[in-house]
Unconditional design. Structure first.
Length: 473
C-alpha cells in the first residue's frame, strides 16, 4: 500500500509528464524517490548534487506548480541528496521553497523579426549558438520573499496592480526610488517575475542602466545602433535599474528617449529605479525626466522594527536555519539603516557560527555585530528595568515593590524579576532584595511563571517583547 508521500508524488508526476518531453521526464524525474510528507513538506531524494542543481535550474517552476496543485499554495519542497563518498551517507539540503513558484521566463538567441528585418539580441554572447537566457530576473527576488511594511506599501501595491494588467494602468512608468539597500531592485524584479508567471508569452527584461550603457556603446562602435534600438522596442515589460547612471550621458539618454516613447505609445510597461527622486536627477535631459514623471513615483524608506524582524525571519526560514528569537530581535533592533545591512549581519553571524562550530546565541550576536556595526548600548540595571516596566504599565515604582496582590501589579513585578535575571548578572537573592525584599525562591517562581506565559499567552508575550525593545534601545 502506497504511503501518502508516494501518492502525492505520483500525482505530481502525472502533471509533470504532461508538460515535458518523454526523454526529459525519464531522465530527470524517474530516478526521484519520494521520502516523506510532514506538515505539507514533501522531501524527495535525488541521486546527486548535480541532479539537484539541474532540477533547480530547469524544472523548479514546474515542480512548484505541480505541488501547488496537489498540496495547496502553502506546500514546501525539500531535497535529500545522496552524497557519493565511502560511507554512502545521506545529507538533507536545508533549503525549502514556498509555493507558488517564481517563474523564470526565457528569451532565445533566435533573431527577432520586425518589419521584415532580423534584429540581433544584445544579450547573446558572440560565438555561442543556441544559447537561451532568462529575462535576467533572480527568482529569489519574488513577492513571496518581499516583506510588506509601511516603508514599501505604496510601491508594492502598485506593483501588484501592474502585474495583473501590465502597460494598461496609470502606473506607467512606475518609478521606484530609495537610498541603496532598501529593496527597490527586489520589488522591481518581483513585479517582473509576477508578470512572467501570469503572462508567460510576454517578453520581460531586467537590465541595469550600466549594462544598457555598455550595450549602447558597443552598438555604436559596431554600427549596430538600429538593431539595438529595435530590440529594446520589442520588449513588453522593461525594467531599468539605477537610471541615475544615465546622468551626463547624452547619447544614451537620446537613444533611451526614443525607446521609452515607442514602448509607452505601444502600451508596454516600464519600471524604473533610482537612488534619488526624479527632481534630484540632475544631468538628465528635461524631456526624458518629464517622461519619468508620467506615471507613479513611489519612495521606499527604511523598514521599521516589525518589518526588519519579519525580513530576518523570512531570510532564516528560506536558508533552512532556526535562530533563537532573542537573536533575531537583537539584530532587528540594532541594524536599522538598510535591508542589505540587515541581511549582511545575519549572514556574518551564520558564517561565524558555521566556521567556528559555535552555537548561535545572543552572546555570539553581540560579539559579531559589535565588529560590523555600531550597536546601541545602554547599561541595563535592575533599577532601569523596574523603571521601564513601571512606565510601560503606568504604575509608580513604589507600588511595584509594595506588598500588594493586585493581579496587574503582581504581573508587572514578575516581568521585572524575569528581565532582571535575563539582562543582569545579579543573583536571585539580589534581584529579590531589590524587588521589595523577596527571597530567591519567589524570584525563581516568578521567572518560571513568566516563561510559561510567554509560551501560552500571545498578549502577554507582546507586553514582554515591547518592554525588551525599550530596554535595548
Amino acid at each position: 500500500m502506497l504511503g501518502k508521500h508516494e501518492i502525492v508524488w505520483k500525482k505530481c508526476l502525472q502533471i509533470i509528464k504532461d508538460n515535458i518531453q518523454k526523454e526529459s521526464f525519464n531522465t530527470w524525474f524517474r530516478p526521484i524517490v519520494p521520502q516523506s510528507l510532514i506538515d505539507g513538506v514533501l522531501i524527495i531524494q535525488v541521486p546527486s548534487a548535480f541532479f539537484y542543481e539541474f532540477l533547480e535550474e530547469h524544472y523548479l517552476d514546474l515542480l512548484k506548480k505541480s505541488l501547488r496543485v496537489i498540496l495547496g499554495k502553502e506546500a514546501k519542497l525539500e531535497y535529500k541528496i545522496i552524497v557519493d563518498n565511502s560511507n554512502y551517507t545521506n545529507t538533507t539540503r536545508k533549503k525549502s521553497y514556498k509555493i507558488p513558484g517564481k517563474t523564470r521566463g526565457e528569451l532565445t538567441n533566435k533573431p527577432m523579426v520586425m518589419n521584415g528585418q532580423q534584429i540581433k539580441n544584445p544579450f547573446i554572447i558572440p560565438g555561442i549558438k543556441k544559447v537561451q537566457i532568462n529575462p535576467q530576473l533572480n527568482s529569489e527576488k519574488s513577492f513571496e520573499n518581499f516583506i510588506e511594511g509601511n516603508c514599501n506599501r505604496l510601491g508594492r501595491s502598485a506593483g501588484i496592480t501592474i502585474a495583473q494588467n501590465p502597460g494598461k494602468t496609470s502606473f506607467n512608468p512606475l518609478m521606484l526610488h530609495s537610498k541603496p539597500g532598501l529593496g527597490k531592485t527586489h520589488l522591481a524584479q518581483a513585479i517582473g517575475i509576477k508578470i512572467k508567471d501570469q503572462f508567460p508569452d510576454k517578453i520581460v527584461l531586467y537590465v541595469s542602466a550600466n549594462r544598457f550603457q555598455t550595450q549602447f556603446t558597443d552598438a555604436v562602435r559596431k554600427n549596430n545602433i538600429n538593431d539595438f534600438t529595435h530590440f529594446y522596442q520589442m520588449i513588453d515589460v522593461l525594467i531599468l535599474d539605477d537610471v541615475q547612471e544615465f546622468m551626463g550621458k547624452t547619447g544614451t539618454q537620446k537613444t533611451f528617449f526614443h525607446i521609452f516613447n515607442q514602448l509607452h505609445q505601444a502600451g508596454k510597461q516600464l519600471i524604473l529605479t533610482a537612488d534619488r527622486p526624479p527632481v534630484d536627477l540632475e544631468g538628465l535631459n528635461e524631456r526624458l525626466l518629464s517622461r519619468f514623471k508620467w506615471g507613479l513615483t513611489a519612495e521606499l524608506t527604511a523598514p521599521d522594527y516589525e518589518t526588519r524582524l519579519e525580513i530576518l525571519r523570512k531570510k532564516a526560514y528560506n536558508d533552512g536555519i532556526e535562530l533563537p528569537e532573542d537573536v533575531l530581535k537583537y539584530i532587528a533592533t540594532n541594524v536599522t539603516t538598510s535591508i542589505r545591512e540587515l541581511e549582511g549581519a545575519l549572514i556574518s553571524l551564520l558564517a561565524q557560527s558555521t566556521l567556528n562550530n559555535k552555537e548561535i546565541t545572543l552572546k555570539l550576536a553581540h560579539s559579531i555585530l559589535g565588529k560590523i556595526i555600531k550597536t546601541k548600548h545602554r547599561d541595563i540595571s535592575i533599577d532601569y528595568i523596574q523603571k521601564v516596566v513601571c512606565e510601560y504599565f503606568k504604575i509608580e515604582p513604589k507600588v511595584l515593590i509594595a506588598k500588594t496582590r493586585k493581579r496587574e501589579i503582581v504581573q508587572a513585578r514578575q516581568i521585572s524579576m524575569f528581565l532582571s535575571k535575563n539582562y543582569t548578572s545579579a543573583s536571585l537573592s539580589v534581584i529579590g532584595a531589590e524587588t521589595g525584599g523577596k527571597d530567591h525562591s519567589t524570584v525563581l517562581h516568578s521567572y518560571r511563571t513568566v516563561r510559561n506565559l510567554l509560551e501560552t499567552d500571545r498578549n502577554f508575550k507582546n507586553y514582554v517583547d515591547d518592554i525588551e525593545r525599550q530596554l535595548k534601545y
